[in-house]
Design a protein. Structure first.
Ligand SMILES: Nc1ncnc2c1ncn2[C@@H]1O[C@H](COP(=O)(O)OP(=O)(O)OP(=O)(O)O)[C@@H](O)[C@H]1O
Length: 290
């Protein structure tokens, strides 16, 4: 028996249409299921947690974007209930990482095959992070986009538009990083990402060496760039070709503390998580996946 948790508004309505496609297939089979629709931010965490308490589900399946699967994973953490995912968002970076089909019916068919895998998770101040947590330019852009209504008209392109606008006003920052037993200080930082997956923002391969089963957090620090250089490096990230640029530093570790001065807003799997010092650690095999 499957518990589906659907964010109807994910991907500008793709959440509900994807669910309808999956449900039309389910109705032709004898698969038992229940569906709950989220009405607001945060609700999917509680719905998933409730499902783990009921002890009757083969899997809990998130239907939505990276924000929805992030919330469902937080509700499932520390249970043995596997996470299924039907991607229906704008970015879908978690689906990219695990080669989950973007077609809802194919995604469901993969879940139904029931090949259980385990993924590492990053635990950031008690929050389960599936793909990445970042602070800096991308969060600055996200906040600008979220405060606008550009997404309605521009969709994914609103982030590109936001990035161009943000270039003028964004001020690079100082990063103090403790990573395992080492201390680092970076000046003039544009972005730090702590990743379990290769991409963020809908396929930008910011940490192309990340692997969600290697027991490590991959960090990418972009620093000491002029605005013109940033414009040159930025498009390269889509193909992961920024790796040799002297302004990009890659590190790996198991535990980190990240402090920015001035305080930068952090985003985890695309969701805003505050602007305080972040403590994080990798939890190998922290969640079951289908
Ligand atoms: N009924 C709802 N109405 C409005 N927002 C909701 C609702 N249900 C969930 N949310 C919130 O919507 C936000 C965005 O959802 P989600 O990330 O799944 O979609 P997306 O932004 O389109 O996709 P992606 O993150 O892959 O780009 C999340 O913060 C989620 O908590």
């Amino acid at each position: 028996m499957y518990q589906f948790i659907v964010n109807p508004h994910a991907g500008r309505g793709k959440g509900i249409t994807s669910w309808q496609q999956v449900e039309s297939v389910l109705k032709q089979t004898d698969v038992m299921y229940d569906v709950k629709f989220t009405k607001e931010k945060g609700e999917a965490i509680h719905l998933a947690k409730t499902a783990t308490d009921q002890n009757q589900w083969t899997a809990v399946v998130a239907v939505g974007g990276d924000g929805t699967v992030h919330e469902v994973a937080n509700g499932l953490y520390k249970s043995n209930v596997p996470l299924g995912y039907v991607p229906a968002g704008t970015g879908n970076d978690f689906a990219r990482e695990w080669s989950i089909p973007f077609d809802p019916i194919q995604a469901w068919q993969r879940i139904a095959q029931h090949e259980v895998k385990q993924s590492d998770i990053i635990l950031a101040d008690n929050r389960v992070v599936l793909c990445y947590i970042s602070a800096g330019f991308d969060g600055y852009v996200s906040r600008l986009v979220d405060a606008s209504n550009w997404k309605k008209g521009l969709g994914k392109a609103s982030y590109f538009f936001g990035a161009l606008l943000s270039l003028k006003s964004f001020q690079p920052y100082t990063l103090e990083l403790q990573l395992d037993e080492n201390d680092y200080r970076f000046e003039n930082v544009w972005l730090v990402t702590m990743s379990n997956a290769k991409s963020l923002g809908g396929g930008m391969m910011i940490t192309p060496h990340a692997n969600p089963t290697d027991g490590l957090i991959d960090l990418c620090i972009v620093h000491k760039l002029t605005k013109i250089d940033f414009l040159r490096v930025f498009p390269k990230v889509y193909a992961g070709k920024h790796v040799d640029h002297p302004a990009v530093t890659f590190l790996q570790g198991k535990q980190a503390t990240v402090k920015t001065e001035p305080k930068m807003w952090a985003f985890a799997d695309g969701e805003e998580v505050g602007n305080q010092t972040i403590s994080l650690e990798i939890i190998p095999n922290g969640i079951f996946l289908l």
